[in-house]
Each structure stands twice: as structure tokens, then as C-alpha cells.
Write a protein that binds this ligand. Structure first.
Ligand SMILES: *[C@@H]1O[C@H](CO)[C@@H](O)[C@H](O)[C@H]1NC(C)=O
Ligand SMILES: *[C@@H]1O[C@H](CO)[C@@H](O)[C@H](O)[C@H]1NC(C)=O
Ligand SMILES: *[C@@H]1O[C@H](CO)[C@@H](O)[C@H](O)[C@H]1NC(C)=O
Ligand SMILES: *[C@@H]1O[C@H](CO)[C@@H](O)[C@H](O)[C@H]1NC(C)=O
Ligand SMILES: *[C@@H]1O[C@H](CO)[C@@H](O)[C@H](O)[C@H]1NC(C)=O
Ligand SMILES: *[C@@H]1O[C@H](CO)[C@@H](O)[C@H](O)[C@H]1NC(C)=O
Length: 356
């Protein structure tokens, strides 16, 4: 009995050691070669990090005459980090993939692995603001994530406390959407009601690096870096491309515009009623699927960042037949790159001036 028990303990420990040592090579702990490349890359830092949702938005930058590749790429955990220069600025580029989780993971990896002085996030977006047009490039002051919800039980209303509100998990401070307001073709208008009741918008729980670990704070509107935002004022005079080709042009000449607010969620928005609600409720212009995740990571890591988004469609607010995204996507992506390049040129110029 005793020897067999000892034997099985021995076997258990042996298997555990083998498992742990294989894990160390495969579970994402940096292997030697990658670690070496990262250390080498960091010797040439700090970098400005460019976080881009998708290849179709990165490609115009790779092809831009203002971008010089250093030919260094580092692949890590499914992401590819590309190095180069824009003007005099050393940059590292990475695409995130679609949605909040991808954007959050990629941004965190970028700032954890590399010496990054700031982040420029850019791409295309839907537009919820009726006074802006497709093709306009927006530079935002605040971002929020509008898909962390407390979905209120049927029967309760705005006067009723939410579940778990009392201990500070949830709040009624930000506001709600009432599904009954969106019923269609009801005949007795005053009577409509909806089991889906109300959804209350919630702030994110955040854990800033200079806070106490495990002690949550809350954030809903996350500001971009005030110096970056101030610098971007110059860009409003920039001229943008308004035509796809010799025959197809935007109806309005596109412009660069600084606006107050944008919002994100892992939701592709192609619905006029919700778009209009978001605009009226939150006064947001671009609606996208990544910016708030980048904002929330940078906010917690205390890294300066800015977001530049070109409006490529009306998030459901256009003609009833179709979403406009497919037609102007490439024009919008190109225009966002034009603005990003100019911003970075301004940033290097400004850096040289202030450090001289
Ligand atoms: C990038 O986004 C476009 C437009 O949504 C899509 O057609 C394309 O497949 C995406 N590319 C990648 C690599 O995800
Ligand atoms: C990168 O590679 C290209 C093509 O091989 C070459 O022309 C270019 O000079 C290289 N750039 C640098 C910075 O090494
Ligand atoms: C609602 O009414 C409009 C206008 O009369 C009609 O076109 C549409 O088909 C109706 N929708 C439904 C779901 O009945
Ligand atoms: C311009 O682009 C539009 C939309 O993609 C296309 O339908 C049209 O044929 C193009 N015209 C020319 C001259 O290439
Ligand atoms: C966008 O830029 C790319 C690369 O610079 C170019 O090939 C393409 O024609 C541009 N698209 C539009 C619609 O201007
Ligand atoms: C920033 O860019 C704008 C527009 O391209 C330009 O007019 C301005 O002089 C630039 N400012 C700096 C500090 O480089």
C-alpha cells in the first residue's frame, strides 16, 4: 500500500513537472527568440503605437509615401507588430481584428511588450450625427463603451432600484433605453408595452496602474490626451479626397472635424432607431466597435492616446435600401490615413520644438 501510494505521488509530481515545463514554452510566456527581438526593438524606442482594426484600414498607411518600413515584424500570440517610421517618428503598427475584446487585448499587448510613448487609433466608423457626412474624418474628445448593461426586470421602472445597485455594482446615473418606445404599427398608441422593458447603461470597472490592485474604479466617458487633442486642431484645415474615381464623388466635400463624443460596442450598428437614440441620448458622432476599448486600456495604463475615425456609413440612418459602407469604405480608410499621417508629422514637429 505505502509503496504504491508513494509511487503514485511520485508519478503525479513527475507529470506535474513535465506539464509545467511544457506550459512554460507554449502558454504565452515569452520564448527566448521573441524576447530577444522585443528587447532589440525596445532599444530603438520609444514608439508611437498605431492601433488599427483591420488590414483594409492599415494598407493605405503601408502604401503611403510618408511611411518607411524598417522591415522588422514581430509576431506574438496571433498578432503581428510592424515597425517603421512616419516622418521622423518611430512607429509600431498592429491590427486588432473586430470588436472590443480584440481591441483591448491587442492594445494591452502593445503597451506591455513595447516601449510606447502614445497611441494613435484610427479607422472607419458609422456616423450617428446628422450634421456630419460620409467621408468626414472625426477626431474625438471622449469615448464610451455603451454595451455594459443592467437589463431591468419587467414591471420595474426608472423609480425602482436596479438589482445590485445598492452595493455600487450598478447605477441609474447614465440612463436607459425603453423598448416600449420603439414599437411599430401599434394601433392603440397609449397601450403598447414591451416585456424587454428597460436597459440601463453602465460605466466600466477600471483598475488603473496607479490605483490599488483589485480596488475598482468606474469610467464611462474616457477623455483622449488633451495635448494630442489640442495638436489636432491644426488638422481641421486639411483637404481630403472627395471622389472614388472620375465619376463617383461624395455629395459633400469631406472635412476633418473635432467633435465631442464617440461610442463603441461589439455591435455592428445598421439600425436607424438605435442610431438616433444614441445621438439624442449621448450626443455621439462616430459609432464603432473598437475605440472605447483602446481608450479604456490607455486610460488605465496612463498612456496618451487619440482616436481618428473616418465616417464610412450612416449606421442605419441612410436610405432604407442599403448601408453605404461598401461604396465609400476605401475612400474613408484613405482619408483617415491622410489625417493620421498629418497628425504624426505635427506631433514630431511639436516634439522637436518643445525639446529644443
Ligand atoms: C476588414 O474589413 C472589411 C470590411 O468590413 C472586410 O471585408 C474584411 O474581410 C476585413 N479584413 C480582415 C483581414 O479582417
Ligand atoms: C526593407 O526592405 C526593402 C525591400 O527588400 C528594401 O528596399 C529597404 O531598403 C529595406 N528597408 C530598410 C530600412 O532596411
Ligand atoms: C408598418 O407600417 C408600414 C407603413 O404602413 C408598412 O409599410 C409596414 O409593412 C408595416 N410593418 C409591419 C411589421 O406590419
Ligand atoms: C467609379 O466607382 C463606382 C462605384 O464603385 C463605379 O460604379 C463606377 O463604374 C466607377 N467609374 C469609373 C469611371 O471607374
Ligand atoms: C486608397 O489608397 C490606395 C493606396 O494608396 C489606392 O490604391 C486607392 O485607389 C485609394 N482609394 C480611393 C477610393 O481613393
Ligand atoms: C500641423 O499641420 C497643419 C496642417 O497640415 C499645419 O498647417 C501646421 O503648421 C502644423 N503644425 C505643426 C506644429 O507642425
Amino acid at each position: 500500500m505505502e509503496t504504491s501510494a508513494a509511487k503514485s505521488i511520485f508519478v503525479f509530481v513527475y507529470v506535474l513537472i513535465i506539464t509545467l515545463s511544457t506550459l512554460q514554452e507554449t502558454n504565452g510566456v515569452l520564448n527566448g527568440e521573441t524576447q530577444k527581438m522585443i528587447s532589440e526593438a525596445n532599444k530603438n524606442g520609444p514608439y508611437l503605437g498605431l492601433v488599427i482594426p483591420n488590414l483594409s484600414e492599415m494598407n493605405p498607411l503601408l502604401q503611403s509615401p510618408s511611411f518607411t518600413s524598417s522591415n522588422l515584424t514581430i509576431d506574438f500570440q496571433g498578432r503581428r507588430f510592424r515597425f517603421g517610421k512616419i516622418d521622423e517618428k518611430d512607429v509600431v503598427l498592429v491590427t486588432t481584428g473586430l470588436g472590443m475584446i480584440n481591441a483591448g487585448i491587442t492594445t494591452q499587448l502593445l503597451v506591455s511588450l513595447f516601449e510606447v510613448e502614445g497611441i494613435v487609433h484610427y479607422g472607419i466608423a458609422g456616423n450617428a450625427n446628422p450634421s456630419l457626412n460620409i467621408g468626414d474624418v472625426t477626431i474625438l474628445q471622449y469615448w464610451s463603451h455603451t454595451a455594459l448593461w443592467n437589463w431591468q426586470r419587467y414591471g420595474d421602472g426608472p423609480e425602482d432600484e436596479l438589482s445590485l445597485e445598492e452595493n455600487g455594482d450598478y447605477t441609474r446615473e447614465i440612463g436607459y433605453i425603453k423598448f416600449a418606445n420603439y414599437a411599430t404599427n401599434v394601433t392603440e398608441c397609449n397601450l403598447h408595452d414591451n416585456f424587454l422593458n428597460n436597459v440601463w447603461y453602465q460605466p466600466e470597472e477600471v483598475f488603473p496602474i496607479d490605483g490599488t490592485p483589485e480596488e475598482r474604479q468606474h469610467a464611462f466617458w474616457v477623455p483622449v490626451d488633451s495635448h494630442y487633442f489640442e495638436l489636432s486642431k491644426n488638422l481641421e484645415s486639411l483637404e481630403l479626397e472627395g471622389c472614388l474615381n472620375s465619376t463617383t464623388c461624395l455629395s459633400e466635400t469631406p472635412k476633418v472635424t473635432r467633435v465631442l463624443r464617440g461610442t463603441s460596442a461589439s455591435i455592428y450598428l445598421d439600425n436607424a432607431a438605435y442610431r438616433n437614440f444614441l445621438y439624442r441620448k449621448f450626443n455621439v458622432s462616430p459609432v464603432d466597435m473598437e475605440s472605447a476599448a483602446v481608450a479604456l486600456i490607455c486610460f488605465q495604463q496612463r498612456i496618451p492616446f487619440i482616436t481618428i475615425r473616418a465616417l464610412s456609413d450612416l449606421a442605419g440612418g441612410g436610405s432604407a435600401q442599403s448601408n453605404e459602407a461598401a461604396t465609400f469604405i476605401s475612400l474613408a480608410a484613405n482619408n483617415s490615413v491622410t489625417v493620421v499621417v498629418e497628425f504624426i508629422k505635427n506631433l514630431s514637429a511639436n516634439y522637436i520644438i518643445s525639446s529644443a
